[in-house]
Write a protein that binds this ligand. Structure first.
Ligand code: PA5
Length: 418
C-alpha cells in the first residue's frame, strides 16, 4: 500500500486540514459515477477474457518478435513506457516507441534499431485518427508488408482502439488485425491498466497479474473515502491557495524518468484548464540536483516538491574497500549504494524544506509490479480528487485540440481550409 506524508503546519491547522479532507471524501463517489470514471473500479472489474487474450498475444510476440514497436501518443504510450522503464526495462521482447512525435530523425532511429530483426507493431489510438500515430503506423505497416508480405504483416499488427468506431477500428476489422479495446469510460491518461498499457507491458515480460493485484489492493484502501489520496489531493490544493503553483515530482531513481512523464500528463492534462491548476514538473536526483538544484534551493518560492520513495532497501552494490584513501571516501567503505542514495534523498528533503520549499512524500513499499500498480492507482485517485477540489473536470482535455486545428489548416487537411 502507498503511504503519504505531509507537514503543512505552517499553512493550516490540523483541524482545518482534517475538515478539508472530510469535505473532499465524497469526490471518490463522484469520480466513480462519472462517465469517465471507469478506472475507479477497473482493478476489480476488467474484462478477464481480454486480459487472457493479452497474455496470449504477449506470448506470441515474445516467440516471434525481437521488438514490439508501440505506436501511440500521450495516454496511449506514456503509461506502459513508465511501467516498463521503472522496472528496469524489458526482460523479454524489447519495446520501441514511435508515433509520439513527428520527427523524421526519431523515426529513422527506430528503423535503424530494428535493422533486419523480427518485429510486431502495437498501434494504440482511441480515436484512431491522431496524426502522429496514424502517420507512424502507415510507415511501420509498410515496413511489415515489405518484410513479411500482406498476410503475415496483418498477423503482426495488434490494434488497441475503440470497440466500435474510428479509422483504426475499421481498418482492424477490414484487415483482420487482433484487436483490443480502449474502454469508452476511461480517458487516455487513466488507461495504463487497460489493454492500452497491458499488451506492451506483458510483451516486455512484466507480470501483469501482480500489477493488477497491486492496483486492486490500493483501490481497496482508497475506495471508501479516498484515504491518503484525499490527503495528498487536499495538501496540493492548500499549497496552491498559498501560491505554490508548481509541483515538482522528485525521486532518486533514474528508472522513474518515464513514470515522471506519465505523472506530468496525468496531472497537467487533468488540472490545467479554466486558467487554473498546478504546473507539474519533475526531477531525477541526484542528477538534477546539479542542474535544477540551485533553483529549487534558492529560486522563486512558488515551488513545492513531492518525493516518490521506495522503502525497501536494495542490496547489490557496495562502495569498495581500498588500502589507500586518495579519493577521501574511506568513510563510505562497505556501505550500500542504496543507503548512500537514500541518505542523499533525506538530506535533499531537509535542505529544500529549510530553503522554503514545502515537501510532500509518497512512499511505495518496493520497486516491483505490485507496488507500481498501487502507485498508479494512488496517483489516479489523487488526481481526480484534486481536480474536483480545484473545481475543474479532471477527465476532459479540451485544450489539446487547439494545436491540431491549426496544424490541419497549415497542412491543408480537407475540411480545415481557412
Ligand atoms: O490522455 C489522453 O486522452 C490523450 O493523451 C490521448 O491519449 C492522446 O491524445 C492520444 O489520443 P488517441 O488515443 O485518440 O490517439
Amino acid at each position: 500500500m502507498i503511504d503519504f506524508k505531509a507537514d503543512l503546519a505552517k499553512l493550516i491547522s490540523v483541524e482545518d486540514f482534517q475538515r478539508r479532507v472530510d469535505e473532499a471524501k465524497p469526490f471518490v463517489a463522484r469520480a466513480q459515477q462519472d462517465d469517465f470514471g471507469g478506472w475507479v473500479d477497473l482493478p476489480i472489474n476488467y474484462d478477464k477474457d481480454e486480459f487472457a487474450r493479452i497474455k496470449k498475444a504477449a506470448e506470441r510476440i515474445q516467440s516471434d518478435s525481437d521488438y514490439l514497436v508501440c505506436i501511440g501518443i500521450g495516454g496511449s504510450y506514456l503509461g506502459h513506457r513508465a511501467v516498463i522503464e521503472a522496472l528496469g526495462g524489458a526482460k523479454k521482447t524489447k519495446i520501441l516507441y514511435a508515433g509520439n512525435s513527428l520527427s523524421p530523425r526519431e523515426l529513422q532511429k527506430v528503423q535503424r534499431e530494428l535493422g533486419d530483426k523480427d518485429f510486431s507493431v502495437n498501434v494504440i489510438s482511441k480515436s484512431g485518427t491522431t496524426t502522429e500515430p496514424a502517420v507512424a503506423f502507415r510507415i511501420f505497416k509498410q515496413m511489415l508488408i515489405d518484410k513479411y508480405g500482406e498476410a503475415e504483416a496483418a498477423r503482426r499488427i495488434y490494434a488497441t482502439t475503440d470497440a466500435n468506431k474510428g479509422a483504426l477500428h475499421d481498418e482492424a476489422v477490414a484487415k483482420g488485425y487482433e484487436s483490443f479495446v480502449v474502454p469508452d469510460n476511461i480517458g487516455g491518461r487513466y488507461s495504463v491498466l487497460t489493454a492500452v498499457g497491458l499488451l506492451a507491458i506483458a510483451a516486455a515480460g512484466v507480470d501483469i497479474d501482480a500489477l493488477m493485484d497491486g492496483a486492486e489492493e490500493e483501490r481497496a484502501a482508497l475506495i471508501s473515502d479516498g484515504g491518503l489520496a484525499t490527503e495528498y489531493a487536499v495538501a496540493r490544493n492548500i499549497l496552491l491557495e498559498s501560491d505554490y503553483n508548481i509541483e515538482i515530482l522528485a525521486n532518486f531513481e533514474p528508472q522513474f524518468m518515464y513514470f515522471n512523464e506519465w505523472w506530468k500528463q496525468l496531472f497537467g492534462e487533468s488540472e490545467g484548464k479554466d486558467h487554473k491548476g498546478i504546473f507539474p514538473a519533475s526531477v531525477i536526483d541526484s542528477t538534477d540536483l546539479h542542474s535544477m538544484g540551485q533553483y529549487i534551493q534558492e529560486g522563486r518560492r512558488n515551488l513545492f516538491e513531492t518525493f516518490v520513495e521506495v522503502k525497501e532497501e536494495y542490496d547489490g552494490v557496495t562502495v569498495p574497500e581500498l588500502a589507500e584513501n586518495l579519493d577521501g571516501l574511506k568513510y563510505l567503505e562497505g556501505k550500500e549504494m542504496d543507503y548512500v542514495n537514500k541518505t542523499a534523498n533525506a538530506a535533499t528533503r531537509e535542505a529544500h524544506t529549510a530553503g522554503g520549499v514545502p515537501v510532500l512524500e509518497v512512499l511505495m513499499p518496493k520497486l516491483d509490479e505490485r507496488s507500481l500498480g498501487a502507485l498508479i492507482y494512488f496517483f489516479e485517485m489523487s488526481c481526480a480528487l484534486s481536480g474536483f477540489c480545484l473545481g475543474v473536470n479532471p477527465f476532459n482535455q479540451p485544450g489539446v485540440e487547439a494545436y491540431k486545428t491549426r496544424m490541419f489548416e497549415l497542412l491543408g487537411k480537407p475540411g480545415y481550409e481557412k
